[in-house]
Design a protein around this ligand. Structure first.
Ligand SMILES: C[S@@+](CC[C@H](N)C(=O)[O-])C[C@H]1O[C@@H](n2cnc3c(N)ncnc32)[C@H](O)[C@@H]1O
Length: 231
């Protein structure tokens, strides 16, 4: 699928994110751009993308690699979820900050976060109607990507939706590597094409995969892939 041979250490990636978000001025900047208020910067067309999943108040929603809960907070501000929306992230620091943000927004009854890696989800089979994941999959090598997709398929009910978006593998994505260096989050990142994601989804139990128009992203201005897959 991709061209990397090194195995990605999920815990180490989470710890790296923790340092990135908690140290000094850079930490303050990161906590802003990855917050509910900063969504317009790093996830500029998020409303349009989320719209494709048609999420309703009855849906049981999981955000995989939820960071500090930005997308769940934005959703829960608009949708009075009947079942609390769930978020998992491999970084204990980000989950701690996310819980604080959720409490500040007065949304603790609508959102529950926990620490977990994308490859081992702490949920029962068929528990969710919708799984989202934004800008996380580049941190998984091919084996971890397939393990994670199998986990998403397992926790989704039949007919459930999986909405994902990520940087595209394209020459223009070189800018991502530069912006990562400048902000101090180093590669390895493994980027993939839409065809590679689609193949991985189909091989792990998703029978319908539709490409979405991801729209323009402000930061970094690099093309993204957005896909809606049905279990
Ligand atoms: C670029 S941030 C995106 C955060 C949020 N989804 C957003 O779009 O704003 C990537 C997130 O993925 C998390 N992450 C990376 N590898 C992971 C893994 N193997 N399992 C779970 N979370 C992971 C990181 O800790 C970080 O919070």
């Amino acid at each position: 699928m991709g061209d990397s041979t090194d195995r990605i250490d999920e815990t180490a990636v989470g710890n790296r994110y923790g340092e990135w978000f908690t140290r000094g001025l850079r930490g303050i900047g990161m906590r802003y751009v990855f917050s509910r208020r900063g969504l317009w910067v790093i996830n500029t067309p998020y409303r349009r993308i989320l719209g494709a999943a048609g999420i309703t108040a009855q849906d049981r929603v999981l955000d995989l690699g939820c960071g500090i809960g930005n997308i769940l907070i934005a959703l829960a501000e608009r949708i009075a979820f009947v079942h609390p929306a769930a978020g998992v992230d491999v970084s204990p620091d980000l989950i701690r900050i996310g819980r604080r943000e959720i409490a500040r927004a007065g949304l603790s009854v609508r959102i529950e976060l926990q620490v977990a890696p994308a490859t081992h989800l702490p949920f029962e089979d068929g528990m969710f109607d919708v799984v989202l994941t934004s800008h996380v999959l580049k941190h998984l090598d091919d084996e971890a990507l397939l393990a994670s997709f199998r986990e998403v398929a397992r926790v989704l009910r039949p007919g459930g939706r999986f909405l994902l978006w990520e940087f595209d593998k394209s020459p223009r994505s070189a800018l991502l590597f530069w912006s990562a260096r400048l902000t101090g989050l180093p590669p390895p990142f493994q980027l993939r094409t839409q065809a590679e994601f689609s193949r991985a989804l189909r091989s792990t139990g998703f029978h319908r995969v539709v490409g979405l128009d991801a729209g323009f992203f402000l930061l970094p201005p690099v093309p993204r892939i957005a896909l809606l897959a049905t279990r």
